[in-house]
Design a protein around this ligand. Structure first.
Ligand code: PRX
Length: 655
């Protein structure tokens, strides 16, 4: 891309003299400070951004690399930093959360109230025996209670593991079991797009699958009052648990390395991995990036549209904005209900000034606006906006331009933030008052993040040539380990050939002239569908677990205009290859099977049946050929090692 992109004019940063980082000189000064003394730079910020119970005496400890530690002898409490501290600073009456329910009802919660609710919930957890170091699974929809549950765990030093409300009973069971959770916090039902969808019933199913003996209590938030099953010895209503509890709860002061949370994400092989994050280093980067990347000021109204089930909802809903004492919007529903103007109406109603969303949402709202002028952003007053953000997948230049012009009125910088569950916060991103923008590029590393592009041996590649994205130095909010599997952590992120650099799993290229980064996509078998990360192996395992039907399956991604990537599955059945209506019927059955095994987000868009899969003579499935077949492009690769070349024509047929 370098030659084309180099010709793309840079869009200068607006002249925001009051920006936290104003101008490229300020950016470069910070980069230089970090280069001169990496540990000292981060330590300075950790003292400025966080309140410590016991100050730390040392920044980075790399003596057990790659198990890096930051600020280890310091103690703090994450919830105290997010809540009590704001009340102490005189922000008790400031609105912390503007919650908008699916049906449009709005609830505002001040910092003082949020602290009180967190205190009551923390006391309720303690009363049920949850203690420091215990794991609590949170399986909730977007709600104030969801954020309170996370904060309450942090308050008592319990490690939370939020599971996205769209995951199936099986996926939930696997996560509860792997984490060894003592409690599950859930809701009776969730409401999305006018529909009531079960949550508690799925928890019941998950536990009934077995292996969840560690769970002593299931605490249920009454969201809808819909009918649910009840196990009296195990299930508790949240309102009953909290009503008699005092509002104050002395925080548990934990070491900076204490695990704040474990969040499961997909890898290229096997089962999802529990990414373990720290307390001090994580919160530092959450607060710092929220402040600098979004140039967040006290008067801003910040809205991150992610779900708390994903890392974006952790860092930019549950922790970052609260650690800064900001006002944020939390939204229960979906962007297309009651119509595709919902986001724009909410920005107008709540005077949102910083809006952070995903390219998939933008692309689907572009389509909707093109088909129906009534939901076009120009029909709404979006003049409160000053900064826009994008996350989760590459934003294609056309979507970028539309977002810039039609949502941002051509005035708001767009911060295209590259990061991952493992990185805890932004890694490569523009800073709005400093970095000139190029649509489709996440531009430059956040100050202090040593991002680079190397070849398979860890050697630098020159700008203009693609390579492997790495981070050369540890940073405070990095993954600490994979829960219960330190060997997998090392093997996944610190392969020996990369000389101690963190392997992100993405390919990238730096522009020959500007040095700007563009992410070219995953280099492993991880797919990104609507900004949701999924392993091809996970979906393959789900398909072959349908033992009555499926003999073999291979899953690849193909580009999709709306969802970024779409899942394409090639399946060999245990019976003759179906065609026509029968193929459609079986494909549907298999889609539902995958939804039941993993969750609806993992349903393959395209399922093709073959008598076999393209394999080498040694039996290895040739995925690169399948990727070409899925895209519908002519096969230009060498097929001479293929045992059964005729199979490609068969697999090219669509159902
Ligand atoms: O491939 C990259 C893509 O999303 C992956 C991380 O997914 P996850 O851990 O679910 O976290 C998503 C939210 C931070 C990355 O390895 N990705 C994320 N942001 C971008 C991106 N690709 C391109 N541009 C981005 N801004």
């Amino acid at each position: 891309m370098s030659s084309n992109e180099a010709a793309t004019p840079l869009i200068p940063a607006p002249d925001m003299k009051d920006a936290h980082v104003y101008g490229m000189q300020a950016y470069e000064k910070l980069v230089a400070e970090a280069e001169a003394d990496h540990s000292g730079y981060w330590s300075r910020l950790a003292r400025e951004f966080l309140s410590w119970k016991t100050p730390f005496t040392r920044g980075l400890d790399d003596s057990r690399a790659p198990f890096f530690k930051w600020f280890e002898d310091g103690t703090l409490n994450v919830s105290w930093n997010c809540l009590d501290r704001q009340v102490e600073r005189g922000l008790g009456d400031k609105t912390a959360i503007i919650f908008e329910a699916d049906d449009g009802q709005v609830t505002r919660v001040s910092y003082r109230e949020l602290l009180a609710r967190t205190g009551r919930m923390a006391n309720a957890l303690k009363a049920r025996g949850v203690k420091k170091g215990d794991r609590v699974v949170i399986y909730m929809s977007m709600s104030i209670e969801g954020v309170v549950a996370m904060q309450a765990c942090a308050r008592i030093g319990a490690t939370h593991s939020v599971v996205f409300g769209g995951f199936s009973a099986q996926s939930l069971r696997d996560r509860i079991q792997d984490a060894g959770a003592v409690m599950v916090v859930t809701a009776d039902e969730q409401v999305r797009g006018g529909k009531q969808l079960p949550l508690k019933a799925i928890v019941d199913d998950a536990i009934a699958l077995g292996g969840c003996e560690s769970v002593k209590n299931v605490v249920v938030y009454r969201r809808t009052g819909g009918p649910i099953g009840w196990v009296p010895s195990r299930d508790r209503w949240l309102h009953e648990e909290t009503q008699a509890q005092p509002e104050t709860c002395e925080p548990e002061w934990v070491g900076a390395e204490h695990p704040l949370f474990v969040l499961y994400t997909s890898g290229s092989t096997g089962k999802p991995k529990g990414v373990q994050h720290s307390s001090g280093g994580y919160l530092l980067h959450a607060a710092l990036t929220t402040k600098w990347t979004f140039d967040l000021k006290p008067a801003d109204v910040f809205w991150c549209t992610a779900d708390i089930g994903w890392v974006t909802g952790h860092t930019y809903i549950a922790y970052g904005p609260l650690a800064l004492g900001a006002t944020e919007v939390v939204f229960e529903g979906v962007p297309t209900y009651p119509d595709a103007g919902r986001f724009w109406k909410m920005i107008q109603d709540h005077k949102v000034s910083v809006f952070y969303t995903a390219p998939t949402a933008i692309r689907s709202l572009i389509k909707a606006a093109e088909g129906n002028a009534a939901v076009h952003p120009k029909r709404y007053d979006l003049s409160s906006l000053r900064i826009l953000g994008s996350v989760g997948e590459p934003i294609n230049p056309a979507a970028w331009e539309w977002f810039h012009h039609h949502v941002g009125g051509g005035l708001c910088p767009i911060v295209d933030t590259f990061w991952q569950t493992e990185t805890g916060g932004h890694m490569i991103t523009p800073l709005p008052g400093a970095t000139p923008l190029v649509p489709g590029s996440c531009t430059l590393p956040f100050p202090g993040i040593a991002a680079a592009i190397v070849d398979e041996t860890g050697a630098d590649v020159p700008n203009g040539q693609g390579g492997i994205l790495v981070v050369k130095k540890p940073w405070p909010s990095m993954i600490r380990t994979i829960w219960g599997d330190p060997e997998r952590f090392k093997a996944s992120y610190y392969p020996p050939e990369l000389k101690g650099f963190y392997l992100a799993g993405d390919g990238a290229i730096r522009d020959a002239k500007t040095g700007y980064f563009t992410i070219t996509g995953r280099i492993d078998d991880v797919l990104n569908v609507s900004g949701h990360r999924m392993g091809t192996m996970e979906i393959e395992s789900a398909l072959v677990s349908c033992t009555a039907l499926v003999a073999e399956a291979a899953v690849v991604g193909r580009p999709d205009d709306t969802t970024g990537e779409a899942i394409c599955a090639f399946v060999v059945l245990k019976r003759a290859r179906p065609t026509g209506d029968e193929a459609k019927k079986i494909a549907n059955e298999l889609r539902n099977w995958v939804a039941k095994e993993i969750g609806p987000i993992a349903k393959p868009k395209d399922i093709r049946f073959g008598d076999n899969l393209p394999k080498t003579r040694s039996g290895k499935i040739m995925r690169r050929l399948l990727r070409s077949v899925a895209k519908g492009e002519p096969i230009t690769q060498d097929t001479s090692t293929l045992e059964n070349p005729a199979i490609l024509a068969q697999l090219s047929e669509r159902n």
